[in-house]
Design a protein around this ligand. Structure first.
Ligand code: FO1
Length: 318
């Protein structure tokens, strides 16, 4: 069996740990198509937060408290940059993390595409799933806000890390999406998949930028594999992060049903063949989409693996 997962953010990385566990139990293989909209160039280094979250989490090196970056991290480089007054000082560059960015930036500068860089980094971390960026092209999430008395677009990282999403926010723009092509292997993985899972990631800034690559969305919507989404909203609020702020900005109700409706039923030109919601949202319905209520708290690898088993069952698979 071949499983493809659309993922981004910290929750998406955690979900992938369960997908890997379930895949090992049933002898399936997993391809993660990972969001690149959070990627940002800082201090001359190319930083890929969602790719690194998946790589570190599945590589057993992530910091479980912080959610992002490395466990046992130190911050000497960050302090030295601040001592020079080098901006941005609001973004946390860890020393161990900086080595990843140095290797990635050096390879990108040498002309390797992001997908090849990611594969090279995974030689060390051995995540146990195939990791593909959604695209090798530039695609960045920018946020249109009111700031210093004017309306302007700032990078997602500045919106989230510097301003904690606490600005008047008008819309999200996926810069470069129109020209972006799927990374090598993405369309092939989707075409060969027995199931496509949408991780319980932020639907607006983690999943939407993946679907903004038109050929990726078309391959999923028009592909043979059933598409099962997992709700990132439990009992009316996101488990962590800023999905509520993002959903409010795009005018979607912060509920399991609201997000299911955002992805839409495949029969209606949307994506979903099934929608997994938490037991506390058992009354949630999405027109045209079979919905199942199961425990969605990723409280352990086993609990997450069970969610994945439930999603596969909803797809009519093992
Ligand atoms: N998140 C923060 O809240 N503060 C930070 O200083 C920060 C630094 C950082 C550095 C590298 C990296 O890969 C992720 C980092 N994140 C930080 C997390 C990041 O902003 C988000 O987790 C991702 O963009 C996913 O939402």
């Amino acid at each position: 069996m071949r499983i493809v997962v659309l993922t981004g953010g910290i929750g998406g990385a955690k979900f992938l740990v369960g997908v890997r566990a379930r895949a090992r139990a049933i002898g399936a293989d997993v391809t993660a198509v990972v969001n690149v909209g959070d990627d940002v160039r800082m201090h001359g280094l190319q930083i890929c937060p969602d790719l690194d979250s998946v790589m570190y989490t599945l590589g057993g090196a992530h910091d479980p408290e912080r959610g992002w970056g490395r466990v046992g991290e130190t911050w000497v480089v960050k302090e030295e940059l601040a001592a020079y007054g080098a901006e941005p000082s609001w973004f946390g560059l860890g020393d161990k993390d900086t080595a990843t960015h140095l290797v990635r930036t050096q390879m990108l500068t040498a002309g390797y595409p992001l997908s090849a860089v990611t594969a090279a980094l995974c030689d060390r971390w051995k995540p146990g799933v195939t990791m593909l960026p959604s695209t090798d092209d530039r695609l960045e999430t920018h946020v249109v806000v009111d700031l210093d008395g004017e309306r302007k677009a700032i990078h997602f990282q500045e919106w989230w890390v510097r301003y904690r999403s606490a600005l008047p926010t008008h819309r999200f723009v996926f810069v470069g999406a129109d020209a972006a092509k799927p990374a090598p292997g993405v369309l092939e993985a989707i075409a060969a998949a027995d199931v496509v899972l949408i991780a319980p990631s932020n639907p607006v800034v983690s999943i939407a930028p993946i679907l903004a690559v038109a050929e990726v969305r078309d391959a999923i919507a028009g592909g043979p594999a059933p598409v099962i989404g997992v709700s990132p909203i439990i009992g009316g609020s996101p488990v962590r992060g800023m999905a509520d702020k993002c959903l409010a900005t795009v005018g979607v109700e912060v509920t399991a049903a609201g997000v299911g409706g955002l992805y839409g039923a495949r029969s209606d030109g949307g994506l979903l063949d099934g929608w997994l919601v938490d037991s506390s949202d058992s009354s949630a319905t999405v027109p045209g989409v079979p919905t199942q209520a199961v425990p969605l708290w990723m409280s352990s690898e086993a609990a997450t693996a069970q969610m994945v088993a439930d999603a596969l069952a909803l797809a009519g698979l093992a």
